[in-house]
Design a protein around this ligand. Structure first.
Ligand code: ACM
Length: 541
């Protein structure tokens, strides 16, 4: 026996050396200090040192059991209780900051708050997932990490196409794994109303009929309030806040199909596109809807859309109720009627104890920055980002380019949007430093930036396979762009770590675009006519 010990040690040393500097975690942690030795996880004993960390301990335990590692949890007060994995609350860390210290006798995850502990757990899960050996051998060392931005979001449009609870939960799982923490849910639009409102049951029952690719469909597709509660709780367990969007006063076609008495009309291209901002009953109706929505979602925010009202606003010029409102209130234009409407809805949101968030069109409505936040989406109007910050609005950056995931990600792809360019992985990864530098956003203004978000509009996404293909791996690049300080970003290194994401997606049966081998996973067909020509290479700038 004895004579075998040296070669075995050498072999072990070789394995450890080979892994040095090769930490396989997305998003890349801020600081990693490798040490000699390893921790062998054979069965999990999780000790959580504060009762409020129970949920996180159970989340980790369930995961380990599913991974075939028998696990128990126990709570123990007191300092750094020895155990396989210890969750420990400290006082000195920033929000969401965490450390993971791996020594031969334990893994210690420390943070000052529950999201921080949860982030540490995700890092540990990735280390376990990405191991090369069968046994869980973790190299000793210290990982210290914290996010660049507090808001790392993803938006899913389920009004155009409806995907359902299982798909949403799978997305929430992937988001949590990559430390994304805001799920913005676009639930209402022209093609469908997807949330049950008990006081106005036709919104879902009638407004939920049809999709973008099947406008005359008769099956109502929507989430019941029970579904919503289940998804919100599922997200909360993963420290993801769900922000519901009820779009108004435009994009209201599906609602108006259900309750035409509140319609403000539209145009031949966008019929019944708006709510009627002139009728007093509209405010009662929308307030009742928002009251139900606010009760379902614990989020700090209600998203009221506010985008592209111009598509239908001309109808207000001849609508008697809107005209009566304008003369009563002394409003000189329909734009002023829009402003009047949104300010009143802002009061409603305020009374419901929420903060109004909406698209960057709200900048023209001169809202109150102390209770309104902005999502900058029009990449062709970069000045809107600057203006939003200059006017004191907290702002989330989600410009079409590069953060609209319904845009194509490769020049040969035939379904999906382009706009003087598209949204390849590299551009998602590089966001937002070039843009911030170009606009000369001062450090003080940058403090108002909540973070970044990618949006998946689903006019061109009608199947789960296509959804996955548009989302992955760009979601991984988004996660790293939102998390990592600019000096810690390195695309080549990210590509190396992406191999682990690809293996995991394979295991999970999630279809993705393999950016290094574009033919490997062909583009799933979209429901719209394909683009005739290839997008030229120089289309990117
Ligand atoms: C948007 O893309 N209309 C916000």
């Amino acid at each position: 026996m004895k004579k075998h010990r040296l070669p075995l040690l050498l072999l072990l040393l070789f394995v450890l050396t080979d892994l040095s500097g090769q930490l396989r975690v997305i998003p890349k942690p801020l600081r990693v200090q490798e040490e000699t030795g390893e921790f062998l996880l054979q069965k999990g004993k999780i000790v959580y040192t504060a009762p409020e960390l129970r949920e996180e301990a159970f989340f980790l335990a369930e995961w380990l059991v599913r991974a075939g590692i028998p696990t128990q949890t126990s709570v123990q007060a007191g300092m750094r209780t020895p155990g396989n994995i210890v969750l420990f609350k400290v006082t000195s860390y920033a929000p969401e900051e965490y450390s993971v210290r791996i020594t031969p006798d334990r893994v210690l995850i420390e943070a000052s708050d529950r999201p921080g502990i949860f982030n540490g757990i995700q890092t540990l899960l990735q280390l376990i997932d990405n191991r090369e050996q069968q046994a869980v051998r973790l190299k000793c060392g210290l990982i210290q990490d914290r996010p660049r931005y507090a808001w790392r979001g993803f938006m899913l449009d389920e009004a155009r196409h409806f995907f359902g609870k299982q798909k949403v939960m799978q997305l929430l799982d992937r988001m949590a794994y990559y430390k994304l923490n805001r799920f913005h849910w676009h639930l209402t639009d022209e093609q469908g109303w997807r949330i049950e409102i008990t006081n106005y049951p036709l919104l879902a029952a009638k407004g939920g009929q049809g999709t973008w690719s099947d406008p005359d469909g008769t099956e109502a597709k929507y989430y019941t309030q029970e579904d919503i509660r289940e998804i919100v709780a599922y997200a909360a367990r993963r420290h993801i806040e769900v922000i519901p969007e009820i779009d108004m006063p435009g994009h209201a076609t599906a609602a108006n199909k259900a309750y035409p008495e509140y319609s403000g009309g539209g145009t031949p291209e966008h019929p019944e596109f708006t709510f009627n901002v002139g009728k007093e009953e509209t405010y009662t109706y929308l307030t009742a809807i928002l009251r139900e929505v606010a009760a379902l979602f614990p989020s700090r925010y209600l998203h009221l859309g506010g985008d592209e009202v111009a598509y239908g606003i001309r109808a207000w010029e001849t609508d008697p109720a809107v005209q009566a409102l304008m003369s009563r209130e002394g409003l000189a234009s329909v734009k002023e009627a829009e402003r009047y409407f949104m300010r009143r809805m802002s009061d409603t949101v305020d009374r419901l104890g929420k903060v109004l968030i909406g698209w960057d069109e709200l900048l023209d409505l001169e809202m109150d920055p102390s209770r309104t936040e902005i999502m900058w989406w029009r990449h062709d109007r970069p000045q809107n980002l600057k203006r939003s910050l200059e006017e004191g609005y907290h702002t989330v950056m989600c410009p079409r380019r590069p953060l609209y995931f319904d845009f194509i990600q490769h020049q040969e792809h035939k379904w999906g949007r382009v706009w003087s360019g598209f949204c390849p992985l590299e551009d998602v990864y590089a966001f937002p430093d070039k843009e911030l530098a170009k606009l000369e956003i001062s450090p003080k203004q940058q403090q108002l930036i909540r973070g970044i978000q990618a949006n998946l509009w689903t006019e061109r996404v009608h199947t789960e396979k296509r959804l996955d293909f548009m989302v992955f791996p760009r979601l991984c690049a988004l996660a790293e762009a939102g998390w990592c300080a600019p000096e810690n970003k390195d695309f080549a290194d990210f590509e190396r770590r992406l191999q682990d994401a690809y293996s995991l997606l394979d295991t999970e049966g999630i279809y993705y675009f393999d950016h290094r081998d574009p033919q490997r996973h062909p583009e799933p067909e979209g429901c719209n006519p394909p683009r005739k020509k290839e997008v030229p290479m120089d289309f990117r700038d």
